[in-house]
Write a protein that binds this ligand. Structure first.
Ligand code: URA
Length: 238
């Protein structure tokens, strides 16, 4: 069972210093499972309800968040170039230490995973884990064809000495398709299409591993993943 000290938890959850967290605890403003606790070193178990004045939340060691990223938002922790995927999280999911597990470029939308569990993110992102990513893509020209699908299935030269590994394409029509890739090379899908003479005008990530983007999650919305969804993300495809 994972446990954490109350003052550390309060400092992280409320984004205050450890000293201020101790102050709030000493003043009797914090309760664990509805009982006011004044000891900063009290241990909190995973799943305990923490109350702060009239607000409450359930302690979880790590958060695993699914977000439907809108266009124009950057998938980084650093917002020098605009709003980030962390900025648009609802207040109850915001806390220190969260980061996006993987990138999705500013002009792409769709499925993002945000967590504070470094090991989990590593298993999702590590090339040796082969976690698939599927994208819906739309091009400006009528370039999507069986020929392109065949080229993608062999791997594509992306320029600058880089090749993609084989990718799968499900054709919708001559401008739209679903493309599944197995690694996360910078701007990979855009570069694969460009290598075939096309221009991507819309790109949306619709699946990671065995987990599809929840269609009920509107653009800009985020929610916690269920246990089953976490497992689906980590299923290996060799
Ligand atoms: N491919 C791209 O071109 N951009 C992304 O964000 C992800 C894959």
């Amino acid at each position: 069972m994972s446990q954490v000290r109350l003052d550390m938890l309060i400092s992280k959850a409320l984004n205050v210093s450890r000293k201020d967290a101790k102050g709030l605890i000493a003043k009797g403003r914090i309760a664990i499972d509805k009982e006011i606790i004044k000891r900063p070193d009290a241990k909190v178990d995973d799943g305990c309800e923490i109350s702060f004045d009239s607000k409450s939340f359930f302690y979880q060691k790590f958060l695993y968040i699914l977000q439907n990223k809108p266009l124009g938002i950057i998938s980084s922790t650093d917002g020098y170039d605009g709003k980030t995927v962390l900025d648009i999280l609802p207040e109850q999911l915001k806390r220190n230490g969260l980061f996006p597990a993987g990138r999705l470029d500013k002009y792409s939308c769709g499925m993002m995973i945000i967590t504070d569990d470094g090991k989990f993110a590593h298993s999702m992102l590590s090339p040796s884990c082969h976690v698939e990513k599927e994208y819906y893509v739309k091009t400006a020209e009528d370039v999507i064809s069986e020929k392109m699908a065949e080229e993608f299935s062999k791997g594509v030269y992306l320029g600058e000495g880089q090749y993609s590994s084989p990718a799968q394409m499900r054709i919708i029509d001559s401008r739209c398709a679903y493309i599944t890739i197995h690694e996360g090379i910078y701007h990979q899908v855009r570069r694969m299409i460009k290598a075939m003479g096309g221009t991507v005008i819309a790109l949306k990530r619709v699946r990671i591993g065995d987990l599809a983007l929840d269609e009920n999650l509107k653009e800009g919305e985020s929610r916690l993943l269920t246990e089953n969804e976490k497992e689906a993300l980590l299923k290996r495809k060799i």
